[in-house]
Design a protein around this ligand. Structure first.
Ligand SMILES: Cc1cc2nc3c(=O)[nH]c(=O)nc-3n(C[C@H](O)[C@H](O)[C@H](O)COP(=O)(O)O)c2cc1C
Length: 323
């Protein structure tokens, strides 16, 4: 969970209870990612963790004009907050340097989201003994994952909190987790991890019974004591009910709690990741720092009402309690 919620302490807490943890590699500098891997090893004393990276999105021709048009719509919000909007650059989040970090540090697994990882990167990681996984939102992409030669697939269903991690952001509604898991399993012999809307032990047991290799949870840990979730986000998870999938914060579809920002801009926000992410970043940081929920991307899956404030190890134990 890039952007704050995932911390080394959260990963260590998950590992302590026998879970397989992830470090979020996106938005960090390569040096910080290396430090996090080293610190997690010394804190948790084990290797049951992976690193998640965003593979770079190709620049979409024509997106610059749409992003600038969106900027004019956001300007009144920025003026009111006394904040300058960000520079809507297209960058690759230091992808190559982060790949070198994971090749040097050799976590057990690297998962990619947001785009297909380049074939040579997949080959180099696998040659170094690192498993490579990709996130899919659409079963039709399964053959590509097979062709790329990855070790496994994360089937991220429509209920999931945060960004759609698949290689193509269609902007359309997609299959729910259970159906997506079944559809992908019908097309491949690769192990498939189910993610999206998993809120309680019944969901976990059900998806495993349906053949999931494992079950991945994000939102369930947003209120964990060790998470770095902003206070305003923690608080709103307990009082807002509805969620929506929107491009309004980053230019890529993501599920968030409904706020006035999602209501005003979901219908008009353009596709354009990471430009929109950079454009809105200062305003969102300001919202976090000043506790204004209507200025913050409050990522949440459909099961957010069940997210507990507890140590991460306790949350893992609860999720596993029907196994
Ligand atoms: C706050 C937040 C941040 C996330 N960040 C990432 C990320 O950096 N990389 C990624 O592949 N998925 C990310 N996701 C999606 C999760 O990997 C996972 O698919 C999702 O949380 C599962 O649905 P759930 O939130 O309903 O459990 C994020 C989800 C949330 C809620």
């Amino acid at each position: 969970m890039a952007g704050g919620p995932s911390t080394v302490e959260l990963a260590a807490g998950v590992m302590q209870a026998g879970g397989f943890a992830f470090l979020a590699g996106a938005y960090l500098s390569p040096d910080r990612l290396r430090d996090d891997i080293v610190r997690l090893r010394s804190l948790a004393g084990g290797e049951a963790f992976g690193v998640n990276l965003f593979a770079p999105n190709a620049y979409e021709p024509g997106s610059a004009a749409r992003v600038l048009e969106y900027a004019t719509r956001l300007q009144p919000l920025a003026d009111k907050a006394g904040i300058a909007l960000g520079d809507p650059v297209h960058d690759d989040d230091s992808f190559d340097a982060k790949v070198e970090v994971v090749l040097a540090e050799r976590p057990a697994l690297v998962s990619f989201s947001f785009a297909w990882p380049p074939a040579d990167v997949v080959d180099r990681l696998r040659a170094a003994g690192i498993e490579v996984w990709v996130t899919l939102n659409d079963a039709s992409e399964t053959a590509w994952a097979d062709e790329l030669g990855v070790d496994g697939i994360v089937a991220q269903g429509w209920e999931a909190g945060g960004h759609r991690g698949g290689p193509v952001d269609s902007g359309h509604p997609q299959l729910p987790t259970r159906t997506l898991l079944q559809s992908i399993r019908a097309l491949t012999s690769l192990p498939v991890v189910a993610a999206g809307g998993v809120a309680d032990p019944v969901d976990v047991a059900g998806l495993l019974a349906d053949g999931a290799h494992a079950v991945a949870c994000g939102t369930a840990f947003l209120r964990a004591e060790e998470s770095g979730t902003a206070e305003v986000h923690r608080h709103e998870l307990t009082r807002r009910t509805d969620t929506v999938v929107t491009r309004a914060f980053s230019g890529r579809s993501a599920r968030a709690l409904v706020t006035s920002w999602t209501e005003l801009f979901t219908d008009v926000a353009p596709a354009g990741y990471p430009q929109v992410h950079h454009l809105t970043a200062p305003l969102r940081s300001h919202g976090k720092a000043t506790g204004q929920p209507d200025l913050v991307h409050l990522w949440a899956g459909t099961g957010h009402a069940s997210a507990r404030s507890a140590p991460a190890s306790r949350i893992v134990e609860l999720l596993q309690s029907r196994l």
